[in-house]
Write a protein of this length. Structure first.
Length: 227
């Protein structure tokens, strides 16, 4: 039997940063499901398929192979055998992903892969629909959020530290657009599962959030059960 921890929340709430650290503390595998949706979006962009072309997307999804592996504990994603991990974080891919992840064939393909991973390993999986759809029986569910202003500021700092030129206002606008799409789509919209613990990270440091999560996990007896 494997232990499953589900983390959901909007873009920029800190899910992946926190989940990676917690996975290292617990010795769990971190599964970043957003990277899988991004990989399909990259494929569609490369094929010149538009985000509104549902028929072409449904057909393309049948041809695409999304694979996951772990190198030094870091998740790598493969698109038809090519490691595309460093190509899926651009703003163009982010916007495309948010638009193409609304389609059922895209979701069905990836949810199947995610369920298989969770059945085989102790995982911390993050995304938008993990607690509600992918792992409804997860041992722990966390809904991680932060205000739009804080999330935009974090992203702005991350980009400017890398030397990028960007506008805080534009980033805030992009985050709001993604939030709206992710929360209002027909299939598996982003929402807090009824049995998820709400964690607002707006006023917390990364270490404080990881500590808070570790407490939640411990309170569920997971440490005692496997350590
Ligand atoms: O977590 P992220 O920013 O890498 O996710 C990119 C997009 O993928 C996000 O806008 C919505 C979509 N996504 C999804 O629909 N379901 C998931 N489980 C994870 C991501």
């Amino acid at each position: 039997m494997s232990y499953n921890i589900a983390i959901d929340g909007p873009a920029g709430a800190g899910k992946s940063t926190i989940a990676k650290k917690l996975a290292a503390r617990l010795g769990f595998v971190y599964v970043d499901t957003g990277a899988m949706y991004r990989t399909i979006a990259l494929y569609l962009l490369r094929q010149g398929i538009g985000p509104q072309d549902e028929e072409a997307i449904a057909e393309a999804v049948q041809k695409v192979d999304v694979g996951i592996s772990y190198e030094d504990g870091a998740q790598q994603v493969y698109l038809n055998g090519e490691n595309v991990s460093s190509l899926i974080r651009t703003e163009k891919v982010s916007q495309m992903t948010s638009q193409t992840s609304v389609y059922l064939p895209v979701r069905e393909k990836l949810v199947e892969l995610q369920k298989k991973l969770a059945a085989a390993e102790n995982v911390i999986m993050d995304g938008r629909d993990i607690g509600t759809c992918v792992l409804p029986n997860a041992d722990v569910k966390i809904y991680m959020t932060a205000s739009v202003e804080v999330r935009a500021k974090r992203r702005y700092l991350e980009l400017t530290q890398k030397g990028a030129q960007c506008s805080l206002q534009e980033i805030e606008q992009e985050i709001s657009e993604r939030d709206y799409r992710d929360m209002h789509r027909e299939h598996s919209p982003l929402r807090q599962a009824e049995d998820a613990v709400l964690l607002d990270t707006s006023e917390l440091t990364i270490e404080q959030v990881v500590d808070a999560m570790e407490e939640i996990v411990k309170a569920r007896g997971i440490f005692a059960a496997w350590k």
